[in-house]
Design a protein around this ligand. Structure first.
Ligand code: SAM
Length: 280
């Protein structure tokens, strides 16, 4: 595991306890939308890469049923433990969860029917090389679905701008949503999958509503996403100032009951392993 992956594993270990559990519907609706565009079939062998706390994994394991098989992997051992627990609580005996690096998976199984990966690819140092490894894990004719972020709500961007003066240069254009890099457009993502060897590429976009009950919930949520790194980049003594500036901006966008509703654009990039491509 390289330095970047170790840092990311530590970050997701640290936020795993609160991840996807601040009461803000975000990861689950995005996962549902991915499965809407690549519906799991009964009996499929499915790999979910960067499973987090199972937003994609658990519904897939339910859908493929006892004749199917789901492998879920993540770089964060805590995320893996939590998803394993969720699977056990749901009685999903077709589910295995393991620590593995999405950049170069160590998995030996190479006959998956489907690979999903929601909100993960932009954490990898070399996304195209990773996708080329994922291609080798699919059976010929198998499919992949990768979800990344689309356009940001301008009002949400305006709130996030309070972090800007404190961020080091490399964090100014976030890989998740920034204008630079391969995650900026539908075409750039399709090019990335094409370069990695996938065919039959297509993109489906959607807009997910995101509601914060109040400023406190916005902050709690922000500590459970990549924005945690932004909070940590701010000297502790200055965080109250940033919090107050965010609260002022959020107040301008709040509904009468104090809740705040933003939207998040998402992009699903879908591809296939050529049915005639033999395993190398
Ligand atoms: C934003 S979360 C998404 C989790 C889940 N797919 C979901 O939709 O809720 C990103 C996940 O990717 C994982 N991740 C980041 N880098 C990774 C890597 N190199 N290998 C495997 N997982 C990685 C993180 O640990 C985290 O659980």
């Amino acid at each position: 595991m390289d330095q970047q992956a170790s840092r990311i594993a530590a970050m997701f270990d640290a936020l795993s306890a609160t991840y996807d559990s601040t009461g803000v519907d975000f990861f689950q609706p995005i996962a549902r939308d991915l499965l809407r565009v690549m519906p799991p079939q009964s009996g499929e062998r499915w790999l979910d890469i960067g499973c987090g706390r199972g937003a994609v994994t658990i519904p897939v394991a339910q859908a493929v049923g006892s004749k199917g098989q789901v492998m879920a992997t993540d770089i964060s051992p805590r995320m893996v433990e939590l998803t394993r627990e969720l699977g056990a609580q749901a009685g999903l005996s077709n589910l295995q969860v393991a620590v593995d690096d999405a950049q170069a998976p160590a998995l030996e199984q190479r006959d998956f029917d489907s690979i999903s990966s929601s909100l993960v690819l932009f954490f990898l140092a070399q996304p195209c090389e990773a996708l080329a490894c994922w291609l080798q894990l699919l059976r010929p004719g198998g499919r992949v679905g990768v979800t990344t972020f689309g356009a940001q709500d301008e009002r949400w961007n305006d709130v996030d701008a309070v972090f800007a003066p404190y961020l080091p240069q490399e964090m100014r254009d976030a890989r998740t949503s920034g204008a630079a890099g391969p995650f900026a457009s539908d075409a750039a993502m399709e090019d990335l999958l094409h370069e990695a060897g996938f065919t039959d590429l297509r993109t489906v976009t959607a807009t997910v509503p995101v509601r914060f009950a109040n400023v406190e919930q916005w902050e709690a949520f922000s500590w459970t996403t990549g924005q945690r790194a932004m909070w940590l980049a701010i000297p502790e003594g200055k965080r109250d100032q940033v919090r107050a500036a965010a609260a002022v901006k959020l107040a301008t966008y709040a509904n009468a009951d104090g809740s705040i509703e933003f939207t998040q654009g998402i992009r699903h990039t879908l591809g296939v392993r050529d049915p005639d491509m033999p395993h190398s």
